[in-house]
Design a protein around this ligand. Sequence first.
Ligand code: URA
Length: 270
Amino acid sequence: MGEKALVRRRKEPKWLQAAKARDGVVEGGDFLSRALSRAGVLPLNEAERAIREGRVSVNGKVATVVVAPLDEGARIEVDGERVDVSPSTRVLAFHKPKGLVVDGRDREGIGTVFERLHQLLPTELKGYGWLAVGRLDRDTTGLLFFTNDERFVAHATDPETKLPKRYVATVSGRISDAKLEKLRTGVELEDFSTLPAKAERRGLHDVALTLTEGKFHQVKRMLGAVGLATLELHREAVGEYVIDVPIDSIRLLTDEEVERLLGYRPRHLG
Ligand code: URA
């Protein structure tokens, strides 16, 4: 492998490498069946069947090779209907229950959010390559987005975007004004100092914490640093979107919601 390729690979974030490995993405362009499935036109196995049955044409010619490389701008028809294989941004809200891990594999065998997602997806959304947007701990419940657009992942997770994430933690320990003030101004953790955050008391045992960053176990560590042990943790909002789906279910956000509530303009991916 050349030096350039090595450099490029090192720059790619881990979540993207994992998603590509999981979805079998071919570097340097899509094949016909994969393009149909990534655009949500047909799930992969159905796309392959449609090609084998001679139901798909590319630039007016019946395609017979499932893995034929696809030129940009090619005109594609399935059963005589023109289809758009440059997918656009899709964002799904998932209300994560406890127990599932946000990872490609679960060594403990309880299950991953990706396995659960594929059980919940309607047929027309099964074809996309879904990426999880950020992470939640196994025992955290609440809002987790999935998307087919890696730029949306970067938008939502980059602290520079300052997209607020609101958590509600049930804690043991007294929630004093002094502790809340420390959480607001920033606390020193072993490896970094946290940015200013919003912190509010919600009754006797609950704290609502709104962060614009998302380091490993950040909420639990911040609360721990001020003497509050987290018993339960729930993410209830990201940006202006407040979770509105029942636990263990999903909802596709509209383009208008993605733009208005999350500050991201959906785009054509191609
Ligand atoms: N902070 C945590 O400590 N855990 C989560 O799951 C999310 C944020």
